[in-house]
Design a protein around this ligand. Sequence first.
Ligand SMILES: *[C@@H]1O[C@H](CO)[C@@H](O)[C@H](O)[C@H]1NC(C)=O
Length: 288
Amino acid sequence: MPIDAEKPMREVLIMFAITLLVLCWHYGFVVARPSEIARRVDGVPNYVIDYDITKSPAPKWLEGVVPDSSGKTGSAVSSAIIVNDHGSGAIDAFYMYFYAYNQGNTVLGQELGDHIGDWEHNMIRFKDGVPQHVWYSQHSGGQAFTYRATEKVGKRPVSYSAKGSHANYAIGGKHDHTIPGLNLPDGLIVDHTSKGVSWDPTLSSYYYNFKPSDGSFEGINNSPVAPMNFKGKWGDAQYKDDDKRQKEFFGFKKFVGGPTGPGDKQLNRTKVCPESDVPCVLRDKLVP
Ligand SMILES: *[C@@H]1O[C@H](CO)[C@@H](O)[C@H](O)[C@H]1NC(C)=O
């Protein structure tokens, strides 16, 4: 189904946009739901906050928002939709999701890798108006599938956001990601996905054009560009080893720094996958 050349790009992006299924589960004392990207905490942007994650009860902003029955995250603008028009008919649409808190995986009974500020994304690559492939970000890597193979609601591919870690998967179930680039149905470090609450990122999103000529962002309808241009790690810094709050288990820390934001997600990538040590496999069958 090619894109109508006359249709404004925004309409097209919404037509093919990702539908997310998020698990807004409550565990420990915080929940890890979608959150406002441009929030300021104690007067500073949330990408550079210094906040004690162990403080109880958790503040409302750290909990995030459960999408309502329409899939909107209330007044919180929790996604950034970014378009990179490479020219000659190649367009990448990035759907980036923000969560104020990441709850790490539980490994052998230890919860590891908690952090403030979390970004995950899908990317749909279009060629001459036809969606070709979909990228699902997962931790430091991810998976790519043909658009044809993806589960869809109408024309919109479905992405399953994992409980706590928010890694994006194409199907529900268990996803072991102990070895980067090799997902297995079960194992040591496991993400869980299932049909949870439906989140429509287009209903509460900032919109941007990414200019491949100079790597700059154009914010549509006053979408703030500062959070996109921030290249550092979001959230507060990893607690030092001698900090009482920090714990270690086989070299893994309980509290770590957040991930980098949209501006560091290889928006100008040539392959569907970002450059990495792992080969970019474009699968035409869905796997864990
Ligand atoms: C984006 O990629 C194109 C094609 O490889 C290249 O010409 C351009 O310089 C890149 N832009 C940036 C900002 O790196």
